[in-house]
Design a binder for this molecule. Structure first.
Ligand SMILES: Cc1ncc(COP(=O)(O)O)c(C=O)c1O
Length: 499
């Protein structure tokens, strides 16, 4: 309806301002009542960013670095799978705030949860959870985060945090503390340890390391940044630990035509892992306490590795007495069709630590009991999570279950992949390596410039996607993304590629 109205108006060469007002009014009518309705399709009124966004970008840039801003959104009017910008454009959002909106915008279940007077008191009184948690906190952790349909199976403990980086950063600390405890074999801290740690020296500040992988992204705080290797701009000028970095497999696509080569690639990377364990222990004297890996490398280019690779990595890690940390910040909470992506890998035992954030609304990590420090205040900060975000997560999880959204992700993901593979066949000189699990899908473009052009042209047609790695386009839709949304995206992509 809105689209037709726009087209009619455009045909009549109505002035842009009139058009904007008209659409906004129609839109507002859609939004009145408790549930905001999605438009029938993208609505494009201006270039993106439009004049209002550009002026706001200037305003923001005057007070902070704002050159990453793509446009300013109108979150009051955004709805479901559509993000509305301040210039009246409505874009089908296939990127969803860098993969962090599981139900899209203004989902009624989330708005209802926030309107509940009981929840209002939780929102108003943000506690220092490590010292003054609310009376229902243990119960809520058990019922929501440790619920057996939510927690990675086998992991009985949870530490909540705020963002992805602070979850990984504190998970590293838990791993170092666990590793040191094993060396100490139950003995108390020595005087030397207590004094030397105060001046960053051994033995109190031991030289342990976390192994990571080329192309990995684990956040931007100092220790996380030493395990992040996706782009130099994230790292340059910031001191880093000399910690081991193993190669992440680089597969040839299509997978079914390159089975042998990709198995050889797995073996090459795993052999490096083995070598680095030895080298850092014997030569460098910086033993590896833990290994961090994404189940699908996201920022680094949507790089996949086989279940066998992960199974063997876990065995090697365990053999060397280190912990395996699977970073599910981007892959957790359903986008691959399972709650956690590593559940596709059929590991011998659960990973030691699983970090999360993004779609889970708050950050944190699941872990075995061994990773709970014996003393208080060792893994601690003022907030240690946010009960108000757990309200949202609770509402989200109910919708995921009630609407069978994980099944939908599998169905829609298959549909998208099948169609994208067809598109790739027709345009193999421009896009290749279509890959994905569930709706966590990506494809490569011929060059970084080609990728940027495709993204720009998609935006001009009202489709918001993300980039990753050097030349990949990544899709991170909400779990509510359906076939009809997929069709809109696929049609736009076909048109752009034909152009
Ligand atoms: C896999 C992964 N780990 C960690 C992070 C860092 O999360 P945050 O940006 O919330 O600090 C990200 C962010 O994109 C991520 O994708």
């Amino acid at each position: 309806m809105i689209v037709n109205k726009c087209h009619r108006a455009l045909n009549a060469r109505t002035s842009l301002r009139q058009l904007l007002n008209g659409v906004t009014t129609t839109w507002n009518r859609c939004l009145t009542g408790s549930v905001s309705r999605e438009p029938e399709g993208p609505v494009i009124m201006t270039e993106i960013p439009g004049p209002r966004s550009r002026s706001l970008i200037q305003e923001l840039n005057a007070i902070q670095q704002a050159s990453s801003v793509q446009f300013f959104a109108d979150y009051e009017k955004s709805s479901g799978n559509y993000i509305m910008d301040v210039d009246g454009n409505a874009l089908l959002d296939v990127y969803m705030q860098i993969s962090s909106m599981p139900l899209g915008y203004n989902h009624p279940a989330m708005l209802e949860a926030l309107a509940d007077p009981v929840n209002q008191k939780i929102i108003a009184n943000r506690p220092a959870l490590g010292v003054f948690p609310g009376k229902d906190w243990p119960n809520r952790l058990r019922n929501i985060l440790l619920n057996k349909e939510v927690a990675p199976s086998g992991l009985s403990h949870i530490t909540t945090m705020m963002c992805g980086s602070c979850s990984n950063e504190n998970a590293f600390k838990s791993i170092f503390i666990w590793y040191a405890e094993k060396q100490r074999q139950g003995k108390p801290f020595t005087k030397d340890e207590m004094e030397s740690c105060m001046i960053n020296q051994i033995p109190g500040s031991p030289r342990y390391s976390i192994m990571s992988f080329t192309g990995g992204f684990h956040g931007r705080t100092i220790a996380c940044l030493s395990t992040t290797h996706s782009k130099y701009i994230h790292k340059i000028d910031v001191p880093a630990f000399d910690w081991p970095i193993a190669s992440f497999p680089e597969y040839k696509y299509p997978l079914e035509e390159n089975v042998r080569e990709n198995q050889t690639e797995d073996k090459r990377c795993l052999a490096e892992v083995e070598e680095l364990f030895e080298k850092y222990k014997k030569e460098k004297k910086v033993p590896v306490a833990g290994v961090i890996i994404e189940p699908i490398q996201s920022e680094g280019g949507d790089n996949h590795a086989s279940p066998e690779f992960f199974q063997e990595l876990q065995r090697i890690t365990r053999k060397h007495g280190a912990a395996l940390l699977i970073d599910e910040v981007q892959t957790g909470c359903g986008p691959t069709g399972k709650m956690w992506c590593h559940e596709h890998f059929n590991l011998d035992t659960p990973p030691d630590v699983v970090t999360f954030s993004k779609k889970m609304q708050l950050g944190g990590y699941y872990h075995w009991e061994d990773f709970k420090p014996k003393q208080s205040y060792r893994v601690f900060n003022t907030w240690m999570g946010d009960p108000s975000k757990l309200i949202l997560l609770e509402a989200i999880l109910k919708v995921i279950k009630k609407d069978n959204l994980l099944d939908r992700v599998v169905r829609v993901g298959d549909y998208m992949l099948k169609n994208l593979i067809d598109i790739q066949k027709d345009h193999s000189s421009v896009i290749n390596a279509v890959r994905g699990r569930g709706t966590l899908i990506a494809f490569n473009c011929l060059s970084p410039e080609m990728r940027d052009t495709i993204m720009k042209k998609l935006a001009a047609k009202g489709i918001q996607v993300g980039g990753c790695g050097n030349q990949a386009v990544r899709l991170r839709p909400a779990l509510t993304f359906a076939e009809h949304h997929a069709d809109i995206f696929l049609d736009a992509l076909r048109t752009v590629l034909n152009e």
